[in-house]
Design a protein around this ligand. Structure first.
Ligand SMILES: [Zn+2]
Length: 405
């Protein structure tokens, strides 16, 4: 999102029919299964200096601070935390509508389609990429997303990868260097040489702009030993690991992610029982990306199995031109509820507090005193409508750092 511009005034939102705080009564941490999706009925929220100052029942709102400069009556509608979209690829040129259409006509998805976006991205100017990126962020904000992680990965050469992380860093703190997205055409049959480039000159150029290191650990992309080299090189440079794994079939990427203490392993469409057990015993979040299964006609992963096993689950859009060109968290919530066995409360938690956990952030994804005032007002009495009324634009207002956008 654009640079935070905080409001110094005091704002009070009253008469919130259902406030999703994501803070439960037992531990208050908001990241344990028993706490998922805590709510307060007939609530009010006080915002001061871009942060949440107070949360409680509407009836006692006036007693907790000096008078608000601005009061808004939510009219009984629901408020939830701003969505935290922890997985996106927003810096690229071109699109792949023809590939999507061919796939819907029966062609199978494979990782290699990424290379056509690489050609279009290398050919685009910084200003073209920047304009596209800002367009996506506006589109996401309008749908309630207030925190976005952005990956590189459509450059696959030193100069272009550096451009992509630099452009991403203009708009978010959550920048991921994904030079190891696929092996580019010019390194066909020389994947190890490409890994040398990624962990050498490319990492040198990109690390100053990035917070995270990522790798696509999958048949057709990078092997487990190659993925380990990439992640360990990034960690040695102070980047934190996250991994794309088990999207197209089972593999050892999840185990590698857990072993290296990754904040998140993303996709997880094909998980073994050992993968699930390893995730449940770890701090690694499993980020599900329902838009991918939707757009590639893959079977949906079973979120119920993961949650029941004690895995922390996040939901993200994976906005990218090949396998998931939606930027809508409400759409992903609706699909996760309908197709992956989540309740709406769990899906909203996964799209807010879950995304925050996947980014190791404790200042977003929760509505509680001291947290960032990132809020979404729904044109509905309850968050259930996000899945109950799929495809309907229910986001009636968005606050980012306390400023209504
Ligand atoms: Zn991705």
């Amino acid at each position: 999102m654009s640079a935070p511009s905080t409001s110094s005034g005091i704002q009070l939102i009253t008469n919130i029919g259902e406030l999703t705080t994501n803070v439960g009564p037992s531990t208050g941490s908001g990241i344990h299964p028993e706490d998922r999706g805590g709510t307060i009925p007939d609530a009010a929220v006080l915002i001061e200096d871009g942060r949440i100052a107070w949360v409680g029942p509407s009836t006692s709102a006036g007693t907790h601070s000096r008078p608000a400069d601005e009061v808004m009556d939510a009219g009984g509608r629901a408020v939830i935390p701003g969505f935290v979209d922890s997985h996106s690829h927003l810096v690229f040129g071109g699109d792949r509508a023809a590939e999507f259409e061919a796939r819907m006509a029966g062609q199978k998805y494979a990782a290699g389609g990424i290379r056509s976006t690489v050609a279009a991205t290398r050919a685009a100017t910084d200003d073209e990429l920047r304009a596209r990126l800002r367009g996506f962020l506006d589109e996401m904000l309008a749908q309630g997303t207030t925190t976005v992680e952005i990956k590189s990965g459509y450059g696959l050469d030193v100069a272009t990868e550096e451009r992509l992380v630099r452009l991403a860093a203009e708009v978010t703190d959550e920048v991921t260097f994904l030079g190891a997205h696929v092996v580019p055409a010019e390194y066909a049959d020389r994947a190890d040489d490409y890994v040398d480039l990624v962990i050498g000159e490319m990492l040198d150029a990109c690390a100053p702009h990035a917070k995270w290191i990522d790798v696509f650990c999958e048949t057709g992309a990078f092997t487990v030993p190659q993925s380990r080299r990439v992640l360990e090189a990034g960690i040695a440079r102070g980047l934190m690991p996250r991994v794309h794994a088990s999207q197209l079939g089972p593999g050892e990427g999840v185990q590698l992610a857990v072993e290296l203490g990754a904040a998140s392993v993303d996709h997880g469409t094909y998980l073994t029982d050992d993968d699930v057990a390893a995730l449940a015993a770890s701090d690694t979040v499993l980020t599900l990306l329902p838009g991918v299964e939707f757009s590639t006609r893959q079977p949906y992963p079973d979120a119920r199995r993961l949650i029941d096993a004690g895995v922390t689950v996040a939901l993200a859009c994976d906005t990218n031109p090949g396998s998931s060109f939606t930027s809508s968290m409400p759409f992903c919530i609706a699909v996760a509820v309908r197709e992956m066995g989540m309740t709406t409360a769990e899906a909203v938690w996964a799209a807010t507090a879950g995304g925050a956990a996947a980014l190791r952030r404790d200042d977003v994804g929760v509505i509680a005193p001291g947290k960032r005032a990132d809020l979404v007002l729904l044109d509905a009495p309850t968050r259930v409508h996000l899945a109950y009324r799929p495809g309907v634009p229910l986001v009636a207002g968005v606050w980012k750092d306390g400023v209504r956008r």
